[in-house]
Design a protein around this ligand. Structure first.
Ligand code: GTP
Ligand code: MG
Length: 335
């Protein structure tokens, strides 16, 4: 059956490369925007250092992992040691400092899953979320950025998948669909599994980068400049990969038993992770293992209703890639 599907790949698929690349290019942020983000970070750090001299600010999330589209909000992590005040008090204090410096819409969300302060910088128009000591997110940001440097097709694929997910309303964790972070992991996993592989598994290679964060050892090969030929034996084009990605999630993934794992570069079984039944609110209907917090399933937000929506969207996308005369438009039609 798999073989037949492979044969069914539309014969004019490569006609779609140029339009997909055009969409990708149109989403990439301009250098000028990156410069503004750095500027804002520097001025925020200066401000924070008046109160906490040892504190540092790090960019994480899509503005730092190279999967950010233009005009995204930026994610900032405040790294601060040895404060005797609680995280909530710290965030409230931070909000106070930012507000008195004319930053706008300052809001401390102390009871969110990841507590943050939100703000908008009127000078640049950039919105920003600041969290505290979320070092694991800074480390997984580096992992994603390092993967992106190995083969340009990852960034192209992930931009297109994220753009599709946002257009179709399936990139909203608070409504039971998947985060951008989860979609990027799905893309990395997918490219690790291509034959020949387009991406290696960095965590299975000799570690050249090691940090321990919250008792979790994060270690992997990060000398990615030595791997820039890794995917060269695989000649698949972006259009073929977009088609195969949606085909995988529509028709090939074993939702009942499989967990995708970027950490091991392969599929592992739900049984091995004891993710076979619902525990609390974690239903494990689509399983995406976090590369470092391995007990963490990024699919945990998906429930019995939204899994249906997701799978229908994957099927719709796969069908469009297969049969639609104009997939580069239809794929991204608003829902
Ligand atoms: P967009 O903002 O949609 O462009 O993408 P993003 O990559 O910034 O995603 P998002 O704002 O959802 O998350 C920001 C960052 O937080 C991610 O890049 C991760 O580093 C981290 N993150 C998000 N969700 C999780 C999670 O469930 N677990 C962990 N460990 N980190 C997460
Ligand atoms: Mg973000």
């Amino acid at each position: 059956r798999n073989h037949r599907r492979e044969m069914e790949c539309r014969s004019d698929i490569d006609r779609l490369n140029a339009p997909f690349l055009e969409i990708f290019e149109s989403l990439v942020p301009a250098e000028e925007e990156k410069a503004k983000q750095k500027q804002l970070l520097a001025s925020l750090e200066k401000l924070v250092n008046k109160e906490w001299p040892g504190a540092q600010l790090y960019l994480y999330g899509s503005c730092a992992n190279s999967f950010g589209v233009s005009k995204s909000d930026i994610d900032v992590c405040l790294a601060i040691e040895d404060t005797d005040i609680s995280k909530s008090e710290l965030l409230l204090k931070l909000a106070e400092i930012l507000e008195s410096d004319n930053l706008q819409n300052v809001q401390a969300l102390t009871r969110a899953r990841v507590p943050i302060v939100k703000l908008m910088d009127p000078a640049t128009g950039i919105s920003c979320d600041i969290c505290v000591n979320n070092v694991l997110a800074v480390v997984n940001t580096k992992l994603l950025r390092d993967y992106a440097q190995i083969d340009g097709r990852l960034r192209q694929l992930a931009f297109i998948v994220k753009h599709w997910a946002k257009s179709r309303g399936v990139n909203e964790t608070y409504r039971g669909t998947l985060s951008s972070y989860a979609y990027v992991l799905m893309c990395i996993h997918f490219l690790q599994q291509r034959k020949p592989a387009i991406l290696p598994c960095l965590q299975e290679m000799k570690a050249t980068y090691t940090v321990t964060v919250d008792d979790i050892q994060c270690a992997y090969f990060d000398k990615v400049e030595n791997l820039c030929d890794f995917g060269a034996r695989n000649k698949e084009s972006i259009a073929q990969l977009v088609w195969a990605f949606f085909d995988y999630w529509a028709h090939r993934h074993d939702y009942a038993n499989a967990v995708i794992s970027v950490r091991t570069g392969s599929i592992i079984s739900k049984r091995a992770k004891e993710w076979t039944r619902r525990i609390g609110n974690d239903r494990h209907l689509i399983c995406i293992e976090d590369p470092f917090e391995i007990s963490h399933d990024l699919g945990r937000v998906v429930d019995k209703f939204t899994i249906k929506t997701l799978r229908e969207e994957f099927e719709r996308a796969a069908n469009i890639m297969q049969y639609d005369p104009n997939p580069c438009v239809t794929l991204f039609e608003p829902y």
